[in-house]
Write a protein that binds this ligand. Sequence first.
Ligand SMILES: NC(=O)c1ccc[n+]([C@@H]2O[C@H](COP(=O)([O-])OP(=O)(O)OC[C@H]3O[C@@H](n4cnc5c(N)ncnc54)[C@H](O)[C@@H]3O)[C@@H](O)[C@H]2O)c1
Length: 335
Amino acid sequence: MGKILVTGGLGYIGSHTTVELLQLGYEVVVVDNLTNTTLDVQDRILQITGKSFAFYQVDVCDTDQLMTVFEKESISGVIHFAAYKAVGESVEKPVEYYHNNVSGLISLLSCTKKHNVHSIVFSSSCTVYGDTKLSPITEEHPIVEAISPYGTTKIIGEQILKDYANFSEARVVCLRYFNPVGAHSSALIGELPLGVPSNLIPYVTQTAAGIREKLTIFGNDYNTPDGTNIRDFIHVVDLAQAHVKAIEYSPNMNMSFDVFNLGTGKGHSVTEVVEAFERVNNLKLNYAYGERRAGDVEQIWADATKAKKLLGWKTTIELDEMMRSSWAWQKQLAN
Ligand SMILES: NC(=O)c1ccc[n+]([C@@H]2O[C@H](COP(=O)([O-])OP(=O)(O)OC[C@H]3O[C@@H](n4cnc5c(N)ncnc54)[C@H](O)[C@@H]3O)[C@@H](O)[C@H]2O)c1
C-alpha cells in the first residue's frame, strides 16, 4: 500500500493510529487544523516511533487546500478522524457540528473521487444505536434517531459514505467505536482535555489530579448489578490497531461498504471503573452518586465478533491497564 492520509491525525485516536501505522512501516500523511490538539503531538509521535511523516495544517472543509495535499502526495487510502466530538457542545452548536463533520466529509470525498483513492475508513460511533436494551449489540441492530446533533453527524456520515461507495469504486469501512479510553504506554500521547470533561475517564483523572473537586456518578438506581451505567471501554491502542486492520482490509472487501463494532465485548459499570482506577493507581478518589443524567443509555456493550472474524482483530488490553495508562497520561500533562 502507498501513503495513508490520516485526517485529524494529531488528535487523540488519530495520533495513536499514526503511531501504529508508522511502526508497521507505512508512509503517513497527516492533515489536522489543530482545533483540538497542539503541534507538539507531531514531535511526540516522532519521539515514540523514530519516524517522520508529512504534516499539513489544513482544514478538511477547505476543499482547495485539501486537494493540494492530494496533488502533492500519492495517497492510496484515507482514515478520516477529523471532526468535532463533544456530544453536549453539539447541542449548543448544531450548525458548527454539521458543517465540520458533514461538510468536512463531503469535501474529503471530492478529493478521493478526483484522485481515485478508493480505500476509506471512517470514525463512527456506537451512538448510532441509540438507547438500546439489547447488549451485546451487533452491527445488525437498526440505526435509530440520535439524541444529539453529534450523533446525527455520524449517522449522516455513514449514509453519505454508503451512497458514495455504491456508485464508485470506493471501498468504505465504518468503525463504530464504543468508549475509547487510556493512553499510549509512553505517556507521550493521550486525550487532551477540552474544557470540563463530559466523559468519565478524563473526569476521573482530573479529580485525582485535583483539577476537579469531586466526581459525580450520574445515577446508581439503574437496572444493572450495582445500579450504575455499563459501558464497553476500549483502550485507544487496541482501537488504533483496528484502523490499520481496516485500511488493509478495505481494498479486498467483496462489498463496497461495511460497518464494524469496535469494543472489547465486555461491559464494565461506572463503579467498577472507578474502583479499578483507585486500586491500580493506589489512590483514593473523591466521588459521590448523584441524579441520573439526561440522555445516558443504561447499559451498552459491543458484540465485536464481526471485527474479529473479518478484520482479524481483537482487543488485548484490559481495564486495569486502561486505568493505569490514563493516570500516567494525566500526570504527564501536569509537567
Ligand atoms: N473519542 C471518542 O470517545 C470517540 C467515540 C466515537 C467516535 N469518535 C470519533 O473519532 C474521531 C476522532 O476522535 P478523537 O477522540 O480522536 O477526537 P480529537 O478531537 O482528539 O481528534 C480530532 C482531530 O481532528 C482535528 N480536526 C477537527 N476538525 C477538523 C477539520 N475540519 N480539519 C482538520 N482537522 C480537524 C482536531 O484538531 C483533532 O486533532 C472523531 O471523528 C470522533 O467523532 C470519537
